[in-house]
Design a protein. Structure first.
Lengths: 237, 237
């Protein structure tokens, strides 16, 4: 069965259920998971997702070799090495990065009890589909990280693109069906749709249209990120 | 702004926010709100939605003139006068009906603090659109009642059909955009889509395909139901 947690309240509800037989894929397309996939593809050793600024700073103090990255309100917090623009992570090679964002890293942490936790973006849909074809989990949960408390369309577009690659009608929940239907409407016009979402509009207002364009690239990175033992690194399974 | 509460966890979250300047439209297409609209169109005086079987029975004991209707697991509870099939309410004229269902009546109760609470179904989309054109609320909340804890596709189809009639892109939340996109995929094939939803499949399994067909009729009833002072009756505004 493929299910989709459409919004943050739904992630909280599902995170309290038994996920030990579930593979979860977390999407925060604008921008956390797109940044993670970009970084992993470019040579970042690992990402350490944390929920709060305090946790992030504490971890950095303990291990100054780590880079500190993330956002609050779309911008890098004071004293951080990096923000949350995917292109910033292209230049980071062989380092590990502490990452804290409003929704993406929270969503990853919420489903950490799942058997496998994968990182999803439009950038790596085909890589995810290949991974899932090989591992064929019985229960697949696609997690749309959202924005604050709200549902985010771009996460559902990515989730739906993955659903469309995986299956026929068998084993699709209603939530999977609405995202697949959305991805059929979107077709190849990812950028046009992303720029009109609430996140896309907000990012363009703070001068980050380049980020929206970057995150709208489809299946250009052959990388699956996996969260395990507190760290996200490339899955070699 | 048009927003959509896509699933039960989201209804609970939103019900705790300030709704005093919001008009809410509650959709439980299979079948509670379709039964209510059918009943009101046929001459039911009012529906009294209650959350629990106990409340329903207590109310009936106090006023034996009321009819007792509803479902648990799709079937009428023991001792009830009526179930939750829309066609059952076609024969009821001039009576008031206590109604308790798993999700629909709970969703209605959840948003009772809204300025206006309207009852929505595929059956009365054009009537709702006309009402909203006349009253043009600043904040419109479309509530998808769902099934148990799950998102239900048929409620999102109805919500999206209403969004499509109301507006251009201005003032559409991401949640409104996904439902509108869904309704564009559905086109006029309401029955085909409804029968493949999880609820549609369950209802067909218990021999209630006729209910699914009934609820898939589009804009055939020129009735707006309004919940006020604990009762749903036809809005004459």
């Amino acid at each position: 069965m493929i299910q989709v947690a459409l919004c943050p309240s739904e992630i909280r509800r599902i995170s309290a259920t038994d996920l030990t037989e579930t593979t979860a894929v977390v999407f925060d397309v604008l921008r956390a998971t797109s940044s993670i996939i970009t970084g992993l593809a470019a040579g970042v050793e690992s990402f350490i997702p944390v929920r709060t600024l305090e946790e992030a700073q504490k971890l950095k103090a303990k291990d100054p070799g780590l880079l500190l990255a993330g956002e609050r309100g779309g911008l890098p917090p004071k004293g951080f090495d990096l923000g949350n623009s995917p292109e910033e992570f292209e230049k980071v090679k062989g380092r590990s990065v502490i990452l804290t964002t409003t929704n993406g890293t929270v969503a990853i942490d919420s489903v950490k009890s799942a058997r496998h936790v994968l990182i999803g973006a439009l950038l790596n849909i085909d890589a995810l589909a290949n991974y899932l074809f090989t591992h064929h989990p019985n229960n697949l949960l696609l997690v749309c990280a959202g924005t604050g408390e709200e549902f985010s369309l771009e996460d559902a577009i990515a989730a739906g693109s993955l659903v469309a690659r995986l299956s026929g009608d068998e084993g699709l929940s209603d939530s999977a069906m609405i995202t697949r239907s959305l991805s059929e409407q979107v077709g190849d016009d990812f950028y046009e749709w992303l720029r009109h979402t609430q996140n896309g509009t907000s990012l363009r207002k703070i001068g980050k249209d380049a980020d929206v364009r970057w995150c709208a690239q489809f299946s250009v990175m052959d990388v699956v990120g996996r969260f395990k033992d507190g760290k996200i690194s490339i899955s070699t399974d």
